[in-house]
Design a binder for this molecule. Sequence first.
Ligand code: NDP
Length: 344
Amino acid sequence: SRYVTIKHHITGSPKQSDFEVKTANLFLSLDTGSNDVLVKNLYVSIDPYQLNRMKEYSASQMASEYALAVLPGQAINAYGVGRVIASANPSYIKDDMIVGLIGWEDYTLVRGKDVIMIRKLDSTEFPLSYHVSALGLSGLTAYGGFFNVCKPKKGETLFVSAASGSVGNIVGQYAKLFGCYVVGCAGTKQKVDLLTDKLGFDAAFNYKKTTDLNSTLKRYFPDGIDMYFDNVGGEMLEAAVANMSMFGRVAVCGVISEYTDAKRRAGPNMTEVVYKRITIQGFLASDYMNDFGDFLSTTSDHIQNGRLHVIEDISHNLESIPLAFEGLFAGDNIGKKIVQIADN
Ligand code: NDP
């Protein structure tokens, strides 16, 4: 069984050459009573946060609950969809389809104690990859962050960064369905066109062609931004805070521009925060696991009725994972980046 690992800890932007593919023995016979499940991995998620696990950390940081550090040579777990090929767990049988924590590898032995991190996929209503994108953690992140952290009201204004990305495009689509005025930014014309022409955003702009973010946002939001869904941090966060309206809410989902540069830290004007009573709140998708059922039924319904488009960017073969990962930080992906490791 092959798996992708880092050759060494990563500083700055990741490069393909920071990774290697290794092989490990595959144990096909599972111990009875172990509750272990052996999964053949089909689709795996490629996520920006993985970079934070690949950096060199102190021992205390390594214990971080959210993202356990990855050591060079170790397999890297990741969300994905797979097929059970052997099971010592009464809840799973051969050929069950599952979604959950598997890895950047051909096969994952899900230990009995970790089986809570996967669940069975009973329905084949949607393409399997959707359970990694809009119906998976990206969708839940968008749903939890938009509804619980942004706390939208009909008619309010929303700005979302990395808007054509996996989480961003879904946030914008939920906000349009909810009745908000939505503006997104992204890094290419093709992405900007997708937002306005296909996904129904009211406006979008290419932040790489923008010299003054502050005045650009002022133009799109003359009466202020009620909600900013932040995927990027850095100066975009500063410009958004400068343009927030009274009692505005900033949902800090991620700060990708700061992941690759340890010296880069957003310094929003805190006096604005005080006088405008702005709320800036970080959150994790895992905070909203209890909403998963609601999220899944609402989002499935939107997709089925053509109200929500699923935007995915799928590459093939395990060997393409390093390039796919590198591409996230260069803005190569449009929508959810997924690697298909095997057909079925
Ligand atoms: P995306 O699909 O949005 O891919 C990343 C995108 O970020 C790129 O395509 C690129 O688009 C943009 N980007 C890359 N580098 C920079 C930069 N230096 N400055 C500005 N934009 C940049 O990824 P996800 O949707 O998976 O993740 C989006 C954010 O949400 C990340 O910060 C991630 O860590 C966070 N996240 C948080 C979760 C949580 O639980 N809180 C869960 C999942 C994701 P462009 O062309 O627009 O530059």
